[in-house]
Each structure stands twice: as C-alpha cells, then as structure tokens.
Design a protein around this ligand. Structure first.
Ligand SMILES: [Zn+2]
Length: 158
C-alpha cells in the first residue's frame, strides 16, 4: 500500500465514525494558560495572591460568606463555574464553604506546606488557580468542607 492509498483509507474510516455513531465525550474544559505577567495585569492584587501564589485571605473578609442568593460561584480567574449555591452552607469559619463541587471543574492535590496538618489543596480545572482547601468535617451527604477564598470567586446570580 502506498502512502496516498493509506491516507485515503484512513480518511474514509474517520468519515464513517463521524457519520455512523454519535460520540458522547465527557465535557472538555479548554485550559487557560497565561503568563505570570498576564495574570498580574488581569487580577486584582488580593485575587492574584490567592489564585496564582496559593495565598489565603483573612477569615471574615469576603462578602461572599454572607451571599445566600441562588446562583453560581465561578472562578474569578477564568469564569469556570465551580460551585452551585445549593451546595453552600454556613461553616462558621469566615470563609465561603461548600459541601460539593461541580464535577470535573475542581482538581485536588496534597498540600504539605503546614507541618501540623495535612490539607488537600484544590484548584480550578481550567486555569489552575488556587481556590482553597478541602477538609473531611463537612455536612452530609459528602462529609466534605470546601473552604474557599472569596477573592478567588465571583458570584453570578441565577
Ligand atoms: Zn479558573
């Protein structure tokens, strides 16, 4: 088989797949990769510190702690929806807290920066921005507490 023949057969195969069987792929999230300088220009300083440097805001400083309307909490860096308002609860910690995330929109990794506790850090799945930490002391049904920095989020009312 010469190269030309091979290519035309491969082309026919792709066509048959495209027309014959619909493919239901998992949601694809297009990554947003910006340089550090671009992030600095795009984000308010407090949000840059949290999202791009893994900082933590002071407890009780975010207006989102007392945000009780229906809607969506999205990443301030890239607008990807991360939490639904019906998964928010009052943890009395001073940080916006959620017991569940929007599936596949959050990525976790272990964070051993603090020697006295093992925390799991989580990030926005699109821009990699640091959002907060998840702890195993949340309410049912998940038993999880996603402790989020308010400056890393934007609230979009329903
Ligand atoms: Zn993001």
């Amino acid at each position: 088989m010469n190269r030309r023949h091979f290519l035309s057969v491969a082309g026919l195969g792709a066509l048959a797949t495209a027309t014959g069987f619909p493919v239901f792929a998992a949601e694809t999230i297009t990554p947003l990769n910006l340089s550090d300088a671009e992030w600095k220009k795009r984000l308010p300083p407090a949000s840059y510190t949290v999202l791009r440097q893994g900082g933590t805001e002071y407890a009780g400083t975010s207006p989102l702690v007392n945000e009780h309307r229906k809607g969506v909490f999205a990443c301030l860096g890239c607008d990807l929806p991360l939490f639904s308002s019906d998964k928010k609860y009052d943890s009395h910690t001073g940080w916006p807290s959620f017991f569940d995330v929007m599936k596949d929109h959050i990525r976790t990794q272990s964070d051993h920066k603090l020697a006295f506790e093992d925390r799991t850090e989580y990030h926005c799945a699109r821009c990699g921005g640091h959002q907060g930490h998840v702890f195993p002391d949340g309410p049912p049904p998940t038993g999880l507490r996603y402790c989020n920095n308010g400056v890393a989020l934007k609230f979009i009312p329903a």
